[in-house]
Ligand binder design. Structure first.
Ligand SMILES: [Zn+2]
Length: 301
């Protein structure tokens, strides 16, 4: 089964990338999301104000997403990578609109409670677990956040909106391993939303595709970036790597009615050209194809 960008799918399984680690996955029968963070408020709002879901923007992005996937406007689930606002904030709102359940940590549950998501629509997961989303199965593995200055902590109380970005505490950072019976019994993809890892976390995981979070990686040492690549790509035997969470998430996905392209994170927070250069080197060395995913790109499996 070969994969390529924008080609005719062999099985009907595909993922639409939507910036940060947000993605919509479908098999043509049901659709689920990673994160679904579409508000992407401007930087000045993030720094100086308390945030709420930008309902107009989130619903425009969601409508365009369903249209591009050629799928009805319903979601089976939303798996939330960790509880920082750029992953978790819009998930409860989307879950209520499109009938999904939210899958995530206790910390994410507090964010959902703050938005009145019914308990029946929340699956609180320990560090490791499995969920069925339509015919997909997603295995959650407890991982680690990228070593930025914003890690750690749990939300112990509901996070009511509006809330400042710093009120969204990390909780558990997960990796997701995806399988689907149409692609055989073994998993085919690993999603690593944040550029962190727990040594040995992917033991026994063999996948062809890795969605590799790079946010903040450019500020890490060469040794760290190399270890991260080893853990996520070499140890899983992946041959196709798609870079995610490399973008400036204070820029919208739809701007004045037009679908926008992504820009790298500002130099203050990241150095994407530097991580890209290293990752390119590793991919050539290891015979891996590296893709930098722009928003609205469809990956077919
Ligand atoms: Zn984070």
């Amino acid at each position: 089964m070969s994969a390529s960008l924008e080609s005719t799918p062999a099985a009907n399984i595909r993922a639409l990338f939507l910036g940060t680690s947000s993605m919509a996955w479908t098999d043509g029968r049901s659709t689920w999301l990673v994160d679904g963070f579409f508000s992407r408020q401007p930087l000045s709002e993030v720094i100086f104000t308390r945030l709420k879901v930008d309902e107009t923007q989130v619903s425009s992005v969601a409508s365009e997403m369903f249209k591009r996937l050629n799928m009805p406007s319903t979601l089976t689930g939303i798996v939330v990578a960790h509880s920082h606002y750029d992953h978790s904030m819009d998930a409860p709102w989307l879950a209520k609109q499109y009938g999904a359940r939210v899958v995530g940590s206790e910390s994410t549950w507090q964010i959902a409670k703050g938005q009145d998501l019914p308990a029946t629509q929340m699956d609180v997961m320990p560090g490791n677990g499995r969920v069925k989303l339509g015919e997909f199965e997603v295995q959650l593995i407890e991982s680690a956040h990228a070593p930025t200055g914003f890690t750690g902590g749990f939300n112990a109380k509901p996070v009511f909106l509006p809330a400042h970005a710093l009120q969204f505490k990390e909780g558990i950072s997960y990796s997701f391993v995806v399988s689907h019976p149409d692609l055989g019994p073994a998993p085919f993809a690993l999603i690593q939303p944040s550029a962190g890892f727990v040594p040995g976390q992917n033991k026994g995981v063999n996948v062809k595709h890795v969605f590799l979070g790079t946010g903040g990686l450019g500020k890490s040492s060469d040794a760290y970036i190399s270890d991260y690549w080893q853990e996520m790509v070499v140890n899983t035997g992946a041959k196709q790597v798609y870079l995610i969470h490399w973008d400036d998430f204070t820029q919208p996905l739809i701007n004045q009615g037009q679908l926008a392209s992504l820009k790298p994170m500002p130099k203050l927070l990241d150095d994407f050209p530097r991580s890209l250069e290293l990752l390119k080197m590793f991919s050539e060395r290891d015979g891996v194809t590296l893709h930098v995913l722009d928003a609205w790109k469809l990956v077919n499996f």
